[in-house]
Design a protein around this ligand. Sequence first.
Ligand SMILES: Cc1ncc(COP(=O)(O)O)c(C=O)c1O
Length: 440
Amino acid sequence: MEKNKTIITKKIKDIISRDNKIFLTTTRMNYPFIPESGENDIVRDVSGNKFIDLSSFISVYNFGINNTNIKKAIEKQAQKLVHPGFTDFYAEPPIKFGEALLKFFPKKFGKLFLSNSGTEANEAAIKFAKIFTDKSYIVSFYNSFHGRTQGSLSMTSSKIVQREHFGPFANSVHVPFPYCYRCPFNQKDSKSCGFACIDYIKKYALSKEISGKETAGFFIEPIQGEGGYIVPPTDYFKELKKLLEEYGIPLIDDEIQAGIMRTGKFIALDNFGVGADIYTFGKSIGGGIPMGVTLVKKDRDIPAGSHANTFGGNLLAVSAGEAVLNYIYKNKKNIEKEVDLKSKLFMNRLTQMQEKYEIIGDVRGIGLMIGIEFVKSKQTKEPAIDLRNRILRQAFDNGLIMLGCGESTIRLIPAITIEERNIETGLDIIEEIIKEENKK
Ligand SMILES: Cc1ncc(COP(=O)(O)O)c(C=O)c1O
């Protein structure tokens, strides 16, 4: 295994100290990573340290850092015009982007709203759901993450620090997600439990807390991301949809982290055999330039002036986005195969590690959206939070960028274009660290 020890230079320390002086605290990792340049799955920091990237910078670089197609599209557009004032005036590049996106959806979808981030895409979806249904309540899951602006935050329920101090929240209720490794209903087997969690939604959330008849939308992440890379059972969303149809509640699918081929399908929810009524996108849809997209059915519209923004339809974002979409459209079959093959490389090795090491409680995922949950012991399943954080730090010290999620999970979320040899090296680094930690 190629050894690659990260050196924390004075330059790194200086930059971090200047940063800390002027920026409010955000969610920074417990390692001092200052990326400066990169190529596909390799990134270099300001001091020339080299890393394999298993984070895709939180599902943004789905097709690699500095992707040539995307870069060319941005450069070409930057020569002409960047900001067209798209919600007041007109421009062709956003239309080309929208037309490229609609090719991935059934014909009944056809109206888009463009914004600048995931949370904004979800804010728009909340408003659209309310105006389309003339109803007011929104349901989402405990453990979900839909963004941090006030409306999206009302739905987000991943960590209490994200909500503390910010209530009261909008008309939103939460229901338990099928986190089968830690079933909220203490069921032992997700195949024979009869979906106690869906029963609960019907009997309690939609019957006692709010009226199903007054509910404007039910927000989901097909795989919970920030909340811990939690994959529901295959039939879960089919059952949920049946319930929502009883009340006429629209299903709103947040594809911001899981979408755009990461799970091997353009739309991650397609892995579960159901469609949604509204879709939201962000992160990788702009190829690295900020963009949010809210997609609704073609027979829908909103009154002029009821929703708009300044920067939606930014020409760099839509040009980068169109380059991403055209690339996927032309290469879809190959990308599907690529995700499947690389997913197996990760999963085979990780499930072997799970058998060998007491500290790995669960390994789960679809495609290249994989979580490793760390525990103090397999029997108690007590979350090993410090241990997980130590592993992230040691990985960084050994030239590997990874992110945490949930309480004690590490997410493996590389570019789809990651090289196989870098998957192997990354897994070698991970295993070496886990092996040592497992002895403690
Ligand atoms: C599923 C999901 N929805 C929404 C968001 C919010 O996106 P943004 O940070 O661009 O506002 C995120 C961000 O992590 C996300 O993972």
